[in-house]
Design a protein around this ligand. Sequence first.
Ligand SMILES: C[S@@+](CC[C@H](N)C(=O)[O-])C[C@H]1O[C@@H](n2cnc3c(N)ncnc32)[C@H](O)[C@@H]1O
Length: 221
Amino acid sequence: MPLGRLMQGKPHAATPGVTIGAPRTYELFGDVCFVGRRNRAFTRLAALSGAQEGDRVLDVGCGTGYLTRHMAARVGPAGTVTGVDPSPPVLAYARRRKQRPGSAPCAYQEGIAESLDLPDASFDTVVTSLMLHHLPEELRPAALREMLRVVRPGGRLLVVEFQPPKSRLARHLVHGGTAHAMAHNRVDLLDGMITDAGFEVGGHGEIRPWLYYVQATRPGE
Ligand SMILES: C[S@@+](CC[C@H](N)C(=O)[O-])C[C@H]1O[C@@H](n2cnc3c(N)ncnc32)[C@H](O)[C@@H]1O
């Protein structure tokens, strides 16, 4: 059975999104896949988000809270960080994890990207990492529109996605080990999708070995 399947959670009544149900296996998989570079990659992503000290940050599809905790370290004790995910086991795992001294408090709540139970314009920075490919394609625009709704005018968005390897053999191996959505993830469509949701795209790039990111802002202010 592919490892991706082993990590999957139970179907969630509120979303067709594929949840993670085995947080420890997910963490082990994450550490192995980044071959010692995971911390460095996510520290860089937190910086690329443009979040400032004291920001109110939202992490959509936070999973085990790996990026959430990096965001908390970035915005410091005057900030706040909220992680949202539909999967109770990953949220329970994230709540148990220690944070670096001097970090913002992290709060975790159950929720879904395509219909966030959060007020309009209530965050300065929204991040989402490796979540969009867990949603069916037709729900991804709604999720991005929700991120636009909850970030304040002038606020920032960072979308991070899995960038499939270029070689066909490597893609085949990713497909066998995980799933079609990951092996054939169309990161080339992200900029357009984020623009269509109402954001202004400011930049994009790669973080080796696996990540593609897009930086955007909500117009206004
Ligand atoms: C590959 S994990 C990424 C977790 C974390 N952001 C990271 O970078 O390690 C994808 C996450 O998306 C969550 N997810 C699935 N459907 C979702 C939905 N409709 N809304 C928000 N998150 C969802 C899963 O439960 C899982 O935790």
